[in-house]
Design a protein around this ligand. Structure first.
Ligand code: ADP
Length: 253
């Protein structure tokens, strides 16, 4: 069974009595477990709208969306929030961490809302494991403002994964990061993907798309191309080619 199955998804924004914007004009896509897909396309082609629909943040005007076999479009708000919390992890361009909350507490938060009812001890243990997974065990009590952009994004990735979701959705995850830090994020994505999580990432940079295994191109609210990447870039290998002094974290480690 596919993790995600979209059929003829349409999204129309009713802007005014005289203007409707057709952001998605019939998108049908299937994503299996263990895929790493990039969504590309020019500005205004519908990438963010598609990602928001996938994330249950935006309801399509019509069409069906099955996530892990469950039809998402018609869900009651409470059930939708639970599905989002348990099955979907989000990573955004601007990290979206809570600023007055430490790295560790940011990662603990999604577990507080999880209906599985973790004990406080479990929450703390899993949050620490999350920080270790992204190489930030020594930054647990740092606030976001005390972390570099790349470190903040790593915290955001740990937070996105802490409920062990079926899918990780990323909206321009490296849009605010330099090239070395971008490689570090792609390295984490490729490692997670190798462990079996489905990753769907929006990017407008063709080079970033080459770290994925499949590139879906949008145009005018439709999928105009959907192709496998013959030889995806390997982030860990690319990183070795960069000069050492471009390391973002070099000064504080
Ligand atoms: P992309 O992410 O590829 O830049 P978007 O999904 O953001 O594209 O937008 C697709 C189209 O839908 C654009 O024409 C955009 O102006 C329009 N759009 C997006 N969100 C809204 C909204 N909330 N209200 C009205 N129009 C919107």
């Amino acid at each position: 069974m596919p993790v995600i199955q979209l059929e003829d998804i349409r999204k129309c924004y009713h802007v005014s009595d005289t203007q409707d914007v057709h952001a998605l004009r019939g998108v049908s896509l299937v994503f299996e477990a263990g895929e790493f897909a990039a969504i590309m396309g020019p500005s205004g082609s519908g990438k963010s709208t598609l990602l928001n629909v996938l994330g249950g943040l935006d309801r399509p005007t019509s069409g069906t969306y099955h996530l892990d076999g469950e039809e998402v479009v018609a869900l009651e708000p409470d059930r939708l929030a639970a599905v989002r919390n348990e099955k979907i992890g989000f990573v955004f361009q601007n990290f979206n961490l809570l600023s007055r909350t430490t790295a560790l507490e940011n990662i603990e938060l999604p577990m507080m809302y999880n209906r599985q009812g973790f004990t406080l001890k479990e929450i703390q243990r899993r949050a620490r494991e999350g920080l270790e997974m992204v190489g930030l065990a020594d930054r647990a009590s740092h606030y976001p403002s005390q972390l570099s952009g790349g470190q903040q994004q790593r915290v955001a990735i740990a937070r996105a994964l802490v409920n062990r979701p079926a899918v990780l959705l990323a909206d321009e995850p490296s849009g605010n990061l330099d090239s070395r830090t971008t490689l570090e994020i792609m390295e984490i994505f490729q490692r997670l993907n190798a462990q079996g999580i489905l990753i769907v990432m929006v990017t407008h940079e063709p080079e970033i798309g080459q770290y994925a295994h499949r590139v879906i191109t949008m145009r005018d609210g439709r999928v105009c191309k959907d192709v496998p990447v013959a030889e995806p870039f390997v982030a860990s290998r690319e990183k070795e080619r960069l000069p050492a002094d471009t390391r973002e974290d070099a000064s504080d480690e």
